[in-house]
Design a protein around this ligand. Structure first.
Ligand SMILES: N[C@@H](CCC(=O)N[C@@H](CS)C(=O)NCC(=O)O)C(=O)O
Length: 211
């Protein structure tokens, strides 16, 4: 049995795991779960990942890891080169902190901005098996949060090649995936953010980030 990666090429969350698989050069098969056809809510995918979210990773022993948090931890332990979550306690702490900030401040802001007004996402304000009503005010707050995060990241990247611990890490991967996806809500990295542009351009040279 091989490792099977449940992916959706258009979405930012599976891209995070896709880049980790590429950076570590891990052999796997990919299965596309087409969100445009609501495949993530199908009975067959629900049996794999009851959270109805993408990504999921089925290991060669059949175990399914059903979110980025578990996939990143598992892959970094079992395929330690390159180490993407830090080696020393302080490196691990710094990377975890920035990964969390990227998820909770940027990653959460984009779906809030996207899903709370879009008529195609009526009652789908949050991913997952439960339907939630839209709250339009959250869309406005999400757009503001994106601006605030970009300003914080710009200041943080002054004089830094990577976001945390002086090395490529999941913090860079998470942040790139969500920053690139900001275009869906009309936000992009402008010339006002030279440090973010420099950091993003350097990462673009890595094959995994072209995926
Ligand atoms: N905590 C999850 C969140 C994943 C997530 O929200 N994925 C989105 C795609 S970017 C999804 O599956 N959405 C399903 C939906 O909108 O119904 C993780 O990062 O693994």
């Amino acid at each position: 049995m091989t490792i099977t990666f449940y992916d959706y090429s258009m979405a930012p969350s599976p891209r995070r795991a896709r880049i980790i698989l590429a950076e570590k050069n891990i052999a796997h098969e990919s299965v596309e779960i087409d969100m445009m056809k609501a495949d993530q809510l199908s009975e067959s995918y629900r049996a794999i990942n009851p959270n109805c979210t993408i990504p999921a990773l089925q290991l060669d022993n059949g175990t399914v890891l059903n979110d980025n948090a578990s996939i990143a931890v598992y892959l970094d332990e079992v395929y330690p080169e390159p180490q993407l979550m830090g080696r020393t306690p302080l490196e691990k702490a710094e990377i975890a902190s920035w990964n969390h900030q990227a998820e909770s401040e940027l990653g959460a802001a984009i779906p809030n901005a996207l899903r709370n007004t879009n008529p195609h996402m009526k009652d789908r304000a949050l991913p997952g098996p439960v339907n939630y009503k839209q709250i339009p005010d959250l869309a406005e707050r999400g757009l503001t949060q994106i601006d605030v995060f970009m300003a914080k990241l710009e200041a943080h990247l002054e004089g830094r090649e990577f976001i945390a611990a002086g090395q490529l890490s999941v913090a860079d991967i998470t942040t790139v995936c969500f920053l690139d996806f900001c275009k869906v809500v009309g936000k992009k990295v402008t010339d006002d953010f030279p440090n973010i542009k420099r950091w993003r351009a350097a990462l673009a040279e890595r094959p995994g980030f072209k995926l």
